[in-house]
Design a protein around this ligand. Sequence first.
Ligand code: HEM
Length: 465
Amino acid sequence: RRPKNFPPGPPVWPILGNILDLSLENPLKDFERLKKTYGNVYSLFLGPKPVVVMNGMKTIKEALVTKGVDFAGRPQDLFVNDSTQRKGVILADYGSSWKEQRRFALMNLRNFGMGKDSMEERIHGEIQYTVDTLEKSIGKSFSPQNMFHNAASNIICQVLFGKRFEYQDETMKTLVQCFTENAKIANGPWAMLYDSFPLIRSLPLPFRQAFKNVETCQKIAKTLMNEHKQTRVPGEPRDFVDCYLDRLDKPGDDRSSFSEAQLTMYILDLHFAGTDTTSNTLLTGFLYLMNYPQVQEDIQLLTAIPLSHTSRFFFIQAVIHEIQRVANTVPLSVFHCTTKDTELNGYSIPKGTLIIPNLTSVLNEEGQWKFPNEFNPENFLNDQGEFVKPEAFMPFSAGPRMCLGEGLARMELFLFTVTLLRKFKFIWPEDAGEPDFTPVYGVTLTPKPYRMKVQLRVSQKIPNL
Ligand code: HEM
């Protein structure tokens, strides 16, 4: 039974709730269908657990920004909480510990923005390896999945550990394999069953593998942390781990949330949050750029013009934003939870209710975009050809829990796109058939595996702008 004045939704079955209303493999279409029937705020039951799904820009902003604190919690009784032992920042509940840890990361990520070891330098350094990989692949048809994944992983490793890993490095391979497997389990049917039916949690079912994987990753994070302890000079941090160890040296009060156990999970959080997201956005970007050769060519002509030239800046920004809009990389954001009894669109939502912000419903919302259902950089250009960012552009979500890696991610997307397009032409192979733009559902949306071809560019005449 729905509580009084709770958002409406489909009829609820005993024990099962609404689990049969959702495809366990990919619920995005079901969420869209339910929005058409019940409106922008509706409710579902996962087994006995009530869930509120929020849709549309106005509703999501009202909740995550205007009533930011009310909606800034994270559910604590799900599969993902058990598998990460409730440490780190992504899944930490709203409160002083989360605030302290989040502020620390934001401040330190900003501090890496300057100087010779700046974020930009670190990204450029890694792009050079991607360029080498592409040069070796000229004329061949190859799958770019690992290349982008490794590059995104190495950039976050540079930030965290001050070093990159060779693409064949066993530690990295193990980390990536564990993350990939866990992301699959976390968004698959077994996690949904784990969340809906607490009685099955101790049974030896496939979700057990995720717990083993987290243990393996934690061991790796601990080893890297211990290596830093051996080589660091206190007060002269080289990277995020050193900054954190410096912070641990400070005499703090007993209630401080900083600890080595926090750090190991934090390392994994940032590595996980910064890898799949960026690499899948890049993969989607190059899938579209190959199949919209005119857009690719327009950027290529502009890459030869000084960065300060506003037309260059406007068009490239518009293309990168449009890539992020169609990539819809984190389609349901990370699940939130209400921190107190609250209201949304006139409905009452009790404290502790699981909230799903359906970002997909905003990134292609009718009325918010000139071309909601096609790839078109015009979505971000006004009549004068100037870059404009519609309010509905929220791939990083909004409010107090908004992605804390946005600055890093945007710098990566910009530098990769511009540097690679300046040097190479990306071609959809003749024998690849029709491109399939439908993504594969997961915590992050992934393009279906595809192959690409590259050619070195011959220098082009600069247009008269
Ligand atoms: C294109 C790339 C990226 C996209 C689309 C993206 C998107 C998101 C989204 C939608 C959320 C959930 C926000 C919410 O709960 O409302 C999030 C959270 C988060 N992201 Fe990102 N992200 C990206 C890259 C990164 C990078 C590079 C990092 C690492 C520095 C990062 C670190 C985080 C963290 C730590 C959180 C949790 C914040 C919190 O709970 O307070 N993300 N991201």
